[in-house]
Design a protein around this ligand. Structure first.
Ligand code: NDP
Length: 294
C-alpha cells in the first residue's frame, strides 16, 4: 500500500467488544466507511443499523479495506483470528492490550506476512472514545510510514501519541501507566479502609479531598524524571527520605490502630527504609527506582 493511494475513509475493524464497539461508533459518526467482524455475530447487528458493513468471515473483512484495525481480548485471540487471513499489502493497526515482547513478535509476524504494523495501547475507557476533550488517547509504536499515513483516521476515536519505530514501546508505556494506576488504586483502597470503621467518616465527603490531593501530588512524576535524568537524586528535594520514612511509621501505626492491614503500604515503605539505610536520607524517593531493578 503506497501512502498516496491510502483511502483514509475506508477501514475494517475486527472485534466488537465494549472497546471495539465504541471505536466503531466513533468512526461511523465521523462518516468513515467501516467494515466490521466479530466472532459472535449478534454484536454487529446494532452497528449495521448505524451504517457499518458486516463481514461474515475474517477473510471477507480483511479483504474489504487496506487499513485493518484489531481490538480483541488479548494477543492469543488476535493471532487466532488473523491466522488464515491474507495480509499481503495490508496495514495492520492492533489495539489489543499485550506485553512489549508480544508486540515485537506480532510486528515481525505481520511484516513477515507482507503487512505494515502499528501496535496501539488504548489509554481510555469505552465511554471516553469519540468524545472530544475526554483526555483519552492511544499510544502507538511501529511503522512510522503507516502512522503518518493513517493518523487522521486514528485520531477520530481518541488522541494519538506516537512513540517511535520499536513496536514494543506502546505496550511498554501502556503497562507503565497502568502499573502506576495500580499503585494509585492501592493507595485509594487503603485510605478508604482507614475511614471505614468510623461511623462519622463519610466516603463521599472524603472523596473530593482525596481526588484533589492526588491531583496536587501528580507533578511529583516530573521531579522524579528530572532527578533520574541528571543523576542527582537530591535535586529540588523538599521532602527528604529520612523525613518520609519517619512519617511512614505514623502511617503504619495509624493503620494498626484503625484495625487496617498494612499489606499495601509495607512493600514501598521497606524499599524506602533500605535506601535510607544505605545512607541516602537527603534524597527523595527516586532511588527506589534503582532498587527495583533486577
Ligand atoms: P471485551 O471483553 O468487551 O471484548 C473482547 C473481544 O474479543 C470480543 O469482540 C470477543 O468476541 C473477542 N474475542 C475474545 N476471544 C476471542 C477469540 N478467541 N477469537 C475471536 N474473538 C475473540 O473487551 P474490550 O472490548 O473491553 O477490550 C478489547 C481490548 O481493548 C482488550 O485488549 C483490552 O485490554 C483493551 N482495552 C479495553 C479497555 C476497556 O476499558 N474496555 C480500556 C483500554 C484497553 P466475542 O464478542 O465473540 O466474545
Amino acid at each position: 500500500m503506497t501512502d498516496n493511494t491510502f483511502d483514509k475513509s475506508r477501514l475494517t475493524l475486527l472485534g466488537l467488544g465494549a472497546m471495539g464497539t465504541a471505536l466503531a461508533r466513533a468512526w461511523l459518526a465521523a462518516g468513515h466507511r467501516l467494515t466490521v467482524w466479530n466472532r459472535t455475530p449478534d454484536r454487529a447487528v446494532p452497528l449495521a443499523a448505524e451504517g457499518a458493513t458486516v463481514a461474515v468471515t475474517v477473510a471477507e473483512a480483511v479483504a474489504a479495506s487496506d487499513l485493518v484495525v484489531v481490538c480483541l481480548l488479548d494477543d492469543a485471540s488476535a493471532e487466532e483470528v488473523l491466522a488464515e487471513a491474507d495480509l499481503t499489502g495490508k496495514d495492520l493497526v492492533d489495539l489489543t492490550t499485550r506485553t512489549p515482547a508480544q508486540a515485537r513478535a506480532r510486528a515481525g509476524w505481520a511484516e513477515g506476512r507482507g503487512a505494515r504494523f502499528l501496535d496501539g495501547g488504548i489509554m481510555a475507557i469505552p465511554a471516553a472514545i469519540g468524545v472530544p476533550g475526554s483526555g483519552g488517547y492511544v499510544l502507538y509504536s511501529g511503522s512510522r510510514s503507516l502512522f503518518d499515513a493513517c493518523r487522521g483516521t486514528l485520531a477520530v476515536p481518541a488522541g494519538t501519541v506516537y512513540l517511535g519505530e520499536d513496536p514494543g514501546f506502546a505496550a511498554l508505556y501502556d503497562v507503565a501507566l497502568l502499573s502506576a494506576m495500580t499503585g494509585m488504586f492501592a493507595g485509594v483502597a487503603h485510605a478508604f479502609a482507614l475511614l471505614r470503621g468510623e461511623k462519622d467518616a463519610s466516603p463521599k465527603e472524603f472523596a473530593p479531598l482525596l481526588a484533589d490531593f492526588l491531583t496536587a501530588m501528580a507533578p511529583y512524576a516530573h521531579r522524579v524524571a528530572d532527578q533520574l535524568e541528571d543523576g542527582d537524586y537530591t535535586r529540588g528535594v523538599t521532602s527528604n527520605l529520612a523525613m518520609m520514612v519517619r512519617g511512614n511509621a505514623t502511617l503504619l501505626e495509624t493503620a494498626e490502630a484503625q484495625g487496617v492491614s498494612t499489606e499495601l503500604l509495607t512493600p514501598f515503605t521497606a524499599l524506602m527504609e533500605r535506601r535510607l539505610a544505605e545512607g541516602y536520607g537527603a534524597e527523595g524517593t527516586a532511588g527506589v527506582v534503582d532498587l527495583l531493578l533486577r
